[in-house]
Design a protein around this ligand. Structure first.
Ligand code: SF4
Ligand code: FES
Length: 246
C-alpha cells in the first residue's frame, strides 16, 4: 500500500510547528500504524533527514504511550483501539493521512508528535494509590467484594493513562482519566479509607494543572481506547459531593 502522510513537525516546545508531506511506499496492510512510521523514519535516516519523533513503548495496547491524532481523531477511527494496535489495512490504498500530536494546554509539545503528559502523573501522585497494607494475596481475598463491584473496579483499572480523553475534550478535561482511578478504588473496601482525601486532592490538582471541567459532551468516552465510560465520571461527581458534604 502507498500513502501520503501530512505530519506535524515541530523542533521543540518553543518553535512553531507545521505540516510536512511525506510519501511511504510498499507498506504491508498487516503492519501497524507505528510500523508504517518506522518505515518512514528508516527512509528519512537513510536520506540524512531528521526522523519523526513519536511516543511508543509496549506496542501491545497496554502502556498508553502511543498518542497520535490520526485524521482528526485521537488513536484514529478504529473504536477501542490504540495507535499501536491500529493496522494499515484499515486505510485505503493511496489515501492521505493527517498525523498530529495530542493538542491540549496541559500537554505541551516536546518534539514533533511527542507531548509532555507529566501532568497526568502529577494527578496520579495525589491519589492514584492506596496506602493501607492489604497483606499478601490470600489476605486480600479474605475481604469479600461483591462481584459487580469487582468487575466495575477492574474495568476502571484498565485505563492506560494515554490522555486521549483530554485531547478529545473541547475543555481539555481530565475527568474521565481521574474518574477511572476514583472508581477503581472507591468500589473496593480497601480504597474507601482514603476516598475523601483522594477525590479532593486529585480534583484540586487537575484544576491547578490547567485541565478544564467536564461539560458532558461525551467525546472522551467515544475516543477512549479502553472503553472507560461516563458512568465513572458520574461516580466521581458523587464521590466529590460526598467528600465535600462530610
Ligand atoms: S480514560 Fe481512556 S482515554 Fe483517558 S487516559 Fe484512560 S485509557 Fe486513555
Ligand atoms: S505503545 Fe503501549 S499502548 Fe501503544
Amino acid at each position: 500500500m502507498n500513502f501520503t502522510l501530512k505530519i506535524w513537525r515541530q523542533k521543540d516546545s518553543a518553535s512553531k510547528g507545521k505540516f510536512v508531506s511525506y510519501k511511504v511506499k510498499d507498506i504491508s496492510p498487516d503492519s501497524s500504524f507505528l510500523e508504517m512510521l518506522d518505515v518512514l523514519n528508516e527512509d528519512l535516516i537513510h536520506n540524512n533527514e531528521e526522523p519523526v519523533a513519536f511516543d511508543h513503548d509496549c506496542r501491545e495496547g497496554i502502556c498508553g504511550c502511543c498518542s497520535l491524532y490520526i485524521n482528526g481523531r485521537p488513536h484514529g477511527s478504529d473504536e477501542k483501539t490504540t495507535v499501536c494496535q491500529l493496522h494499515m489495512r484499515k486505510f485505503r490504498d493511496g489515501n492521505t493521512i493527517i498525523i498530529e500530536p495530542w493538542r491540549a494546554r496541559p500537554f505541551p509539545v516536546i518534539k514533533d508528535l511527542i507531548v509532555d503528559r507529566t501532568a497526568l502523573d502529577k494527578i496520579i501522585t495525589e491519589g492514584g494509590f492506596i496506602s493501607v497494607n492489604t497483606g499478601n494475596a490470600p489476605d486480600a481475598h479474605n475481604i469479600l467484594i461483591p462481584k459487580e463491584n469487582a468487575d466495575l473496579a477492574f474495568d476502571a483499572a484498565t485505563c492506560i493513562g494515554c490522555g486521549a480523553c483530554v485531547a478529545a475534550c473541547k475543555n481539555a478535561s481530565a475527568m474521565l482519566f481521574i474518574s477511572a482511578r476514583i472508581s477503581q478504588f472507591a468500589l473496593l473496601s480497601q480504597g474507601r479509607l482514603e476516598a475523601k482525601d483522594r477525590v479532593n486532592r486529585m480534583i484540586a490538582r487537575m484544576d491547578e494543572l490547567g485541565f478544564g471541567n467536564c461539560s458532558n459532551t461525551g467525546a472522551c468516552e467515544a475516543e477512549c481506547p479502553k472503553g472507560i465510560t461516563l458512568a465513572n465520571i458520574a461516580r466521581l461527581n458523587r464521590e466529590f459531593i460526598k467528600a465535600k458534604a462530610v
